[in-house]
Write a protein that binds this ligand. Structure first.
Ligand SMILES: O=C(O)C(=O)[C@H]1CC[C@@H](C(=O)O)C1
Ligand SMILES: [Zn+2]
Length: 331
């Protein structure tokens, strides 16, 4: 049956990408396990995974139940919240890290202050994004809702597909129109949409050459260098070959974001604040079966970059050495 739509296409940002749809399947469809088993994304619909959050977690409810402590809030001068690893800013052997200009600031705000700034926001103000791991700082009502997530369902998927342990659940409260630019994580992820609508654009690990990740030692490790709002096709010519998939998540949907898959996430423009909660799992034990899977090759390239930096010390020598190894010999 066709589902009524609660959003319009002018609420989506426009990119120079041809995108296919990520399949949407009911939670008990056997094809869900088929896709997860193939490390392919799927939107799991009509499940109870985050049902208690979907029923209760409105901005007002969170304002009254999130606990009276400061929560992690990112501030950005633009709509983009590009993640960076601050531990990679400091290392002496990383000149790129020293003159790195962080694109966002991080602060602690109580939920009341956060919501007040959101309500009073005007163009020109910093944009806000609350990203807080769910832990004992949240109030008892949220803990009750959290423990009543469908842990049996997610645990069954975790075990069936040999994922590692659950590492964290991140609570995300976003201002409308915010974007988390394209990046990959080294964890399996069930991304639950609780309130409002979020568009997710995903690319397979094999699109590594089209998405140009920053060097591993750079603070923006794992993040794409391509600015989707204004792609530089001279520096990143293969971006036009990227083959992406997209979906717009509605409350209750859970998107499986496979480990090493690239994802760009945006809260719809003019859609009001959005609330999400993710489930990050360590990847399972990897047996090297041939042919190697694409994401295993990505892991290998990461190890090569780390090893070369370890021995060369100066990151400016990594590129020239790799070029001299490859050019004319492997090309
Ligand atoms: O769950 C993940 O892997 C993420 O990247 C989250 C961090 C920011 C979130 C967002 O919804 O904008 C997505
Ligand atoms: Zn991510």
């Amino acid at each position: 049956m066709c589902e009524e739509k609660h959003w319009e296409s002018d609420q989506l940002r426009r990119y120079d990408l041809d995108l296919k749809q990520i399949p949407r399947l009911r939670y008990n469809d056997p094809k869900v396990d088929e896709l997860i088993g193939q490390n392919k994304p799927v939107v799991i619909t009509d499940s109870n995974i985050i049902k208690t959050a979907q029923e209760n977690w409105t901005p007002e409810y969170l304002e009254h139940n999130l606990g009276n402590v400061g929560h992690n809030v990112f501030l950005s001068k633009t709509h983009k919240f590009k993640y960076f690893d601050r531990t990679k800013m400091l290392s002496r052997s990383n000149p790129q890290g020293i003159d790195f200009v962080p694109p966002t600031k991080e602060t602690k705000l109580k939920i009341g202050e956060f919501m007040k700034k959101l309500k009073e926001w005007k163009p020109g103000n910093d944009r806000l994004y609350l990203q807080q791991p769910l832990n004992d700082t949240v109030g008892p009502s949220l803990v009750r809702d959290f423990v009543r997530f469908d842990w049996e369902y997610v645990g069954q998927k975790q075990n069936k597909h040999n994922w590692g342990p659950l590492t964290s659940n991140l609570l995300l409260i976003s201002q409308e129109g915010n974007v988390t630019p394209c990046h990959y994580d080294e964890q399996q992820n069930f991304f639950g949409q609780v309130y409002g609508y979020k568009r997710c654009i995903l690319f397979p690990p094999s699109d590594f050459e089209c998405l140009y990740p920053h060097p591993v030692h750079h603070p923006h490790d794992r993040q794409s260098m391509v600015d989707f709002d204004c792609p530089d096709y001279t520096r990143f010519p293969k971006f036009k070959n990227a083959k992406g998939f997209e979906t717009v998540l509605k409350p209750g949907d859970v998107l499986y974001i496979p480990i090493y898959w690239w994802h760009h996430v945006e809260s719809l423009m003019k859609g009001g604040p959005t609330i999400s909660v993710n489930f990050w799992y360590k990847g399972g034990p990897t047996s090297l079966e041939y042919p190697l899977k694409d994401h295993q090759k990505i892991a290998i390239t990461r190890n090569v970059e780390k090893m070369l930096l370890e021995v060369l010390q100066d990151p400016r020598e990594v590129g020239p050495l790799l070029r001299s190894m490859v050019m004319g010999r492997y090309t």
